[in-house]
Ligand binder design. Structure first.
Ligand code: GTP
Ligand code: MG
Length: 195
């Protein structure tokens, strides 16, 4: 699945702009700056495909990428703090929630959580929304390269504990580093295995 070229399809600012729901879709959600766009680049092997930056609030549209003939990878705007005007942020937060709860072909939402920070209240809010919408979500820990093994294990335990309360949570947690490449092959295999 990840052997071929991945292409940018479009950036969407309203539900009416979504491409036809005719492919298997996975999306990447998470707090601003958690590493969503960088992870998509690591998965596709194309560095500049999704625009990443150190400024929270970099991704402001729902961006669709193809991977193979039957899958979309979807890069979402972050939630939580963003370096953008409040009115703009509120508009894209609303769109984000509409998308997460109203996309029939969304097979799995990857909820990215910074390994240094663990699950925050804003993450819980999104996870509860996914519970309500019955969208299976899976936690992907990011930036694992920034923590030692012992600290990684502590965060894993916290995440596992919190996920137990979410009916839509997929139990396996994937720890990644887009920088080092850790967990990327695992995540590719998970996506390729979805039907
Ligand atoms: P928004 O679009 O603003 O919501 O952010 P995002 O979640 O798409 O984050 P983005 O991919 O733009 O990355 C934010 C910053 O984190 C960038 O400076 C990345 O280089 C850095 N980053 C992302 N992944 C990793 C990682 O695995 N390790 C390290 N060390 N840095 C990372
Ligand atoms: Mg982004």
């Amino acid at each position: 699945l990840f052997a071929g070229q991945s292409e940018f399809v479009k950036g969407v600012v309203a539900m009416s702009g979504l491409p036809p729901a005719d492919r298997i879709e996975v999306c990447f959600a998470g707090r601003s700056n958690v590493g969503k766009s960088t992870l998509i680049n690591a998965l596709t092997g194309r560095k500049g495909l999704a625009r990443a930056s150190n400024t929270p609030g970099r991704t402001q549209e729902i961006n669709f990428f193809t991977i193979g003939p039957e899958h979309y990878l979807v890069d979402l705007p972050g939630y939580g703090y963003a370096n953008a005007p409040l009115a703009v942020v509120e508009k894209w937060q609303k769109l984000l929630k509409q998308y997460l709860s109203g996309r029939p072909t969304l097979r799995r939402a990857f909820v990215l959580v910074d390994t240094r920070h663990g699950i925050k209240d804003v993450d819980e809010e999104i996870m509860s929304l996914l519970d309500s919408a019955a969208v299976t979500f899976q936690v992907v820990l990011t930036k694992a390269d920034k923590l030692r093994e012992a600290e990684q294990q502590k965060v894993l335990a916290q995440v596992r504990d919190k996920l137990a309360r979410h009916p839509a949570a997929y139990p396996e947690i994937v720890m990644t580093s887009s920088e080092k490449g850790d967990g990327i092959a695992t995540l590719r295999a998970i996506i390729a295995g979805l039907e």
